[in-house]
Ligand binder design. Structure first.
Ligand code: NDP
Length: 256
């Protein structure tokens, strides 16, 4: 493999890597040589995922820390624990997120707040906690997970769309303040990817056929489709890529 994309010796935290897209990104980074800190909220699921990773990559390269990404004190404590117990973080992937579908006019304030907190405020909280360690070292990569909803609205997804639009500008805001300290911050915007979050949509024949027709690549994405772009943005191969949102969507956002 080209050394440009070699992550040997790099330490990466991927939030929400106990399953879904985060898990696949973590696998991609580990395949490229990185040491991983897996993360989630549900300790049983996280422990299970860690055991599967340990089997493939060995005990020394696989760690796991659980904390709620919406809880400021828990985030700071979790990141400090990683830095003191595991090592200096080179890569952060802000991936954990949730979905909530409801017409805007019926949406309760608490559901709006929960989606914004989990999908946007969390990236600020975890990003800030990690940057406080990366900035003095003058090195780091932060990858925020956006969505096609960063650019495109769709009925019933108002809070999610607002949060993911915010991720675009948070990526730019982080870049404005931290790129000069040799930290590259970019976002990956996945299209429709088959995971737990979208299982109901995959099972809905009408929605499924809309996705296949609406996506030039004529298929759902898989979590594995996100691994290559994540390795690139975590590696020296992207050292002059700053503040960008890279759409990995089978072409969905380039056609009407
Ligand atoms: P999943 O629902 O499959 O997994 C979500 C992950 O996030 C789990 O590991 C979960 O941990 C964790 N998580 C959720 N809330 C919290 C919290 N408060 N604190 C800590 N961890 C939390 O989601 P996907 O893999 O589908 O999505 C991952 C990211 O990709 C999200 O940001 C999503 O918006 C984005 N995305 C997904 C698309 C798709 O089509 N699936 C398309 C575009 C973007 P636990 O199990 O412990 O709760």
């Amino acid at each position: 493999m080209s050394t440009l994309f070699d992550l040997t010796g790099r330490l990466a935290l991927v939030t929400g890597s106990s399953r879904g897209i985060g898990r696949s990104i973590a696998e991609g980074l580990a395949d490229a040589g990185a040491t991983l800190v897996l993360h989630g909220r549900d300790l049983d699921r996280l422990t299970e995922t860690r055991a599967e990773f340990v089997e493939r990559y060995g005990e020394e390269r696989i760690h796991a820390v659980a904390f709620d990404i919406t809880d400021e004190a828990a985030v700071d404590a979790g990141v400090n624990e990683i830095e003191s117990r595991v090592g200096a973080l080179d890569v952060l992937v802000n991936n954990a997120g949730i979905q909530h579908r409801e017409p805007l006019v019926e949406l309760a304030r608490e559901d709006w707040d929960r989606v914004i907190a989990t999908n946007l405020t969390s990236a600020f909280l975890v990003g800030r906690a990690v940057a406080r360690h990366m900035l003095p070292r003058r090195a780091g990569k932060i990858i925020n997970i956006a969505s096609v909803q960063t650019d495109l609205a769709r009925p019933t997804l108002s809070a999610y769309t607002s949060a993911k639009g915010g991720i675009r500008n948070l990526t730019r805001a982080m870049t404005a303040e931290w790129a000069g300290s040799n930290i590259q911050i970019n976002a990956i915007a996945p299209g429709y990817i088959h995971t737990d979050m979208t299982q109901k949509l995959v099972d809905d024949a009408q929605f499924n056929s809309w996705i296949l027709g609406r996506t030039p690549a004529a298929r759902w994405g898989t979590p594995a489709d996100l691994a290559g772009p994540a390795v690139w943005l975590a590696s020296a191969g992207s050292d002059f890529v700053n503040g960008q949102v890279i759409f990995i969507d089978g072409g969905m956002t380039v056609v009407v």
